[in-house]
Design a protein around this ligand. Structure first.
Ligand SMILES: *Cc1c(COP(=O)(O)O)cnc(C)c1O
Length: 396
């Protein structure tokens, strides 16, 4: 028997049946008009989800990490300086990648649990009188800590400093689940992956690229071939790819965006907020706290739950997998063992989330943690009952 339990990891996420079926298709020639017909709606849909203005969507056979590499290698040159805050495993890994590519990273060390430090970013940009900083890197949703940063605030800081750097944003665990406004926030490259908000298997890096970032390709000299946007854009103009695209995933992407838009993007975001709020009520009822240090930073896609002294979050994740066949996320890096993570993004409902909370409680009880079975579930139930009613009334 294979389990039909939903997963509560922050990606890959649960897949709607229609999206799975859309990925499952017969072979087609990727140089045929049939491919172009399938590709165009996917690109147009991504533009709407990102709220892009002018610019291009690039869809690479890769993952979010490849999207980071594509973003930096197409716009920067060896020795260039980039500015980045480090406040979790994902912001750390992007910084590490930049260093391995021969970029200088001006790092603003920020405690894990906090978000991108806007004032420090503004100060660093103001101090950069000669325009040494070529790009500001921002992790919109730090999946390790469950912290959402204020990208509009970073844009305001860049404008206040009158700085011309590119703004490159990792939206891998936010795009498609939380509001994203590429044009409004002046984002030059937004990076997403297929297996999070888009509810697909891993295998695509999905990027929105602004005209300014496209112009930067002409002078950027970091080595790139597979990820070179110039090859992609030349082939796009002819309706295809410079190599073999992941056709089934692209078909799935177009279908996934239909699913999101049938619900309505604003409703999708409101649902994620509700699901997250229910999880947070449960966490509070357990006497625990999110790793994110203040409510304005709470992520609506992932909650990293700080476990009590003497408890180990990784034990819970292991037990949940072994005994109940339920997947949660372990703590990463600095917070390994200190948190466990509940992913609540993608195809999820109130009822599914309640099952995850119930499974987490069983594990806590099994491990001898000091919680009462049903306490968190009840808190979430009360919240979901109330807010579901409010939603139904609003729809009337
Ligand atoms: C998952 C994730 C990534 C990495 O994406 P992969 O698809 O695993 O390569 C990068 N950034 C964030 C914020 C993520 O959540």
């Amino acid at each position: 028997m294979y389990s039909q339990n939903p997963v509560f990891i922050p990606g890959p996420t649960n897949m709607p049946e229609v999206v799975r079926k859309a990925c499952d298709m017969p072979t087609i020639d990727h140089r045929s008009p049939a491919f172009a017909r399938l590709f165009k709606p996917a690109v147009a849909g991504v533009k709407r989800v990102l709220k892009m203005g002018e610019g291009e969507v690039i869809i690479l056979p890769s993952t979010g990490t490849g999207g980071w590499e594509a973003a930096i290698s197409n716009t920067l040159s060896p020795g260039d300086t980039v500015l980045a805050a480090r406040f979790g495993m994902f912001s750390h890994r992007w910084i590490d990648m930049c260093q391995r590519h021969g970029l200088k990273v001006q790092i603003i060390e920020t405690p894990w649990g906090q978000g991108a430090p806007i004032a420090a970013i503004e100060a660093a940009l103001k101090a950069d009188k000669t325009g040494t900083i070529k790009a500001v890197l921002a992790t919109h949703n730090e999946t390790a800590t469950g912290v959402r940063s204020d990208i509009a605030g970073i844009r305001r800081a860049m404008d206040a400093a009158g700085h011309d750097a590119l703004l490159l944003v990792d939206g891998v665990s936010s795009i498609g689940s939380m509001p994203f406004d590429m044009a409004g926030w002046g984002v030059d490259i937004a990076v997403a992956g297929s297996q999070k908000g888009f509810m697909l298997p891993a295998g695509l890096a999905i990027l929105g690229v602004s005209p300014k970032a496209i112009a930067a390709m002409d002078t950027a000299t970091l080595p790139r071939t597979f990820f070179d946007f110039r090859d992609m854009l030349r082939s796009y103009a002819a309706g295809g790819y410079p190599y073999t695209p992941a056709v089934g995933l692209i078909a799935g992407l177009a279908r996934a965006i239909e699913v999101l838009e049938d619900e309505g993007l604003d409703n999708v975001y409101a649902r994620h907020h509700r699901l997250a709020e229910g999880v947070r009520r449960a966490v509070a009822a357990w006497g625990m706290t999110p790793c994110a240090v203040s409510p304005d930073l709470y992520s609506d896609t992932i909650t990293a739950v700080v476990v009590p002294e003497g408890c180990n979050g990784t034990d819970l994740v292991k037990l949940a997998a072994e005994k109940y066949d339920v997947a949660f996320g372990v703590g990463l890096g600095e917070v390994a063992g200190k948190v466990f993570r509940i992913g609540h993004l993608g195809m999820l409902t109130d009822v599914m989330v309640l099952s995850g909370l119930a499974a987490a409680e069983m594990c806590m009880a099994d491990l001898g943690w000091n919680i009462r079975l049903g306490s968190g579930v009840a808190a979430a139930q009360e919240y979901y009952r109330g807010s579901a009613r409010a939603m139904a009334l609003a729809a009337e």
